[in-house]
Design a protein around this ligand. Structure first.
Ligand SMILES: [Zn+2]
Length: 402
């Protein structure tokens, strides 16, 4: 019942006729169809499955079931056993996968040619592809040299041929990697450049790959993981990258390629401003603390209770103000700040004042549906429920004035 795999001989065959030899209903409305021959590539070797139609019904995935053939997972009306069906492959998806897979063979061979760095694994992902390469000292320059060579091979438009050889014949050939398969081996030969055992669908000529580009790389588990894109994916990736770069440049009213230095400059400037704001805040906190302290009413036991709402303050500046306030004797400071959708709180008391800030903070945070806590003399926290802001203030005021 083994399926004759038409994609082995012709990667550009997208229409074919076949006979149904087996059907198993999976779940209602879904069936796994086995044909006597197929042009559908099933998931394997890092290359995702083809999709398409069988007699107009969607083939959503194909699974390699080894000697049992290729399972076509069909959604909708499935044909009956013995029926003649016509199959159609989604060409855009097939072309994409071919460009990625052939692009991978070329890039992998470029890494071997230049740096003796073999590829250990390969995957076509949703928007890009990955190879794990045994490359010991990766740098941008080293990887770009391989990309350069790969693209030259693409633009030389070399012929790609499929060779079927016995394992004895294969043993005498300069293969890029060994195959675990027994018996006949299918080799993909890129004229004068690469010879590799592979079951995937490949371009007729290297030019069909169009271009290969590396998006990023990282060291992972002793190997170098290279993320790359080829063909249509490279164009899609260029469009995304160009759009991001232009959007950033527009924020600076600058040209695209000037944006990185302008952004770096702005970050430096921002750090300086931050430092200046901090030192000014310290000065302001002292002045503000003096003002709040003097305005606060002194209770009969000598305590001053200061409850303030100071919108738009970050935790750091609230803490500075709290510290400046509790430098005074017998002082309790409860500071509130709203910043967009967040409430921030800092509660503090001087050592000779009597109130548990940690307990008070927990109470306030429960009302605001947030989190917070600290020590009996200093606590901080926050919450998101702005609707309960006034309630939190009045509860805190009541508690500290008791
Ligand atoms: Zn391959």
């Amino acid at each position: 019942m083994n399926t004759d795999r038409l994609y082995y001989n012709d990667s550009h065959l997208i229409e074919f006729n076949a006979r149904v030899v087996d059907i198993t209903e999976r779940v209602s409305g879904w069936a796994a169809v086995v044909l006597d021959r197929t042009a559908f590539y099933p998931t394997g070797g890092g290359q995702p499955s083809d999709t398409g139609t069988l007699n107009g019904s969607r083939v959503v995935e194909c699974i390699d079931d080894g000697d049992n053939g290729v399972l076509h997972v069909v959604q909708g009306t499935s044909p009956s056993i013995g029926a003649e069906v016509s199959g159609r492959i989604d060409w855009a998806r097939r072309l994409d996968h071919m460009q990625q897979h052939t692009g991978q063979h070329i890039l992998s061979q470029a890494l071997v040619t230049l740096f003796k760095a073999p590829t250990k694994s390969f995957r076509v992902l949703e928007q890009s592809c990955e190879i794990d390469v045994d490359l010991s000292n990766p740098t941008n320059e080293v990887i770009e040299r391989a990309v350069e060579l790969a693209n030259n091979v693409i633009w030389e438009d070399r012929q790609i041929t499929i060779r079927n050889v016995t394992s004895e014949e294969a043993a005498g050939l300069p293969l890029r990697k060994d195959s675990a398969r027994e018996g006949e081996l299918r080799l993909i030969e890129i004229d004068g450049f690469d010879l590799t055992p592979c079951g995937g669908t490949h371009a007729y000529r290297t030019g069909e790959v169009g271009i290969v580009a590396v998006r990023s790389w990282v060291r992972a588990k002793g190997l170098t993981r290279i993320e790359f894109v080829a063909g249509v994916r490279a164009l899609a990736d260029y469009r995304r990258a160009n759009r991001s770069a232009r959007e950033i440049a527009a924020l600076f009213s600058a040209g695209r390629d000037d944006a990185p230095s302008l952004a770096a400059h702005m970050i430096e400037e921002n750090k300086d401003l931050h430092r200046r704001v901090r030192s000014l805040e310290e000065l302001a906190a002292e002045g503000e603390a003096k003002e709040f302290f003097n305005a606060a009413e002194q209770k009969p036991d000598g305590t001053r209770i200061i409850v303030k709402v100071l919108d738009g303050r970050d935790p750091e500046s609230l803490k500075k103000l709290a510290h400046a306030l509790i430098a005074n004797p017998q002082t309790v400071a409860c500071l509130f700040s709203r910043d967009h959708d967040t409430v921030r709180l800092v509660f503090a008391r001087s050592p000779d004042a009597d109130a548990d800030m940690n307990e008070l903070m927990r109470k306030a945070c429960t009302i605001l549906e947030g989190k917070g806590g600290g020590r009996p003399d200093m606590a901080q926290g926050g919450g998101k429920n702005l609707a309960k802001f006034d309630e939190a203030i009045s509860e805190v005021t009541k508690a500290v004035n008791r």
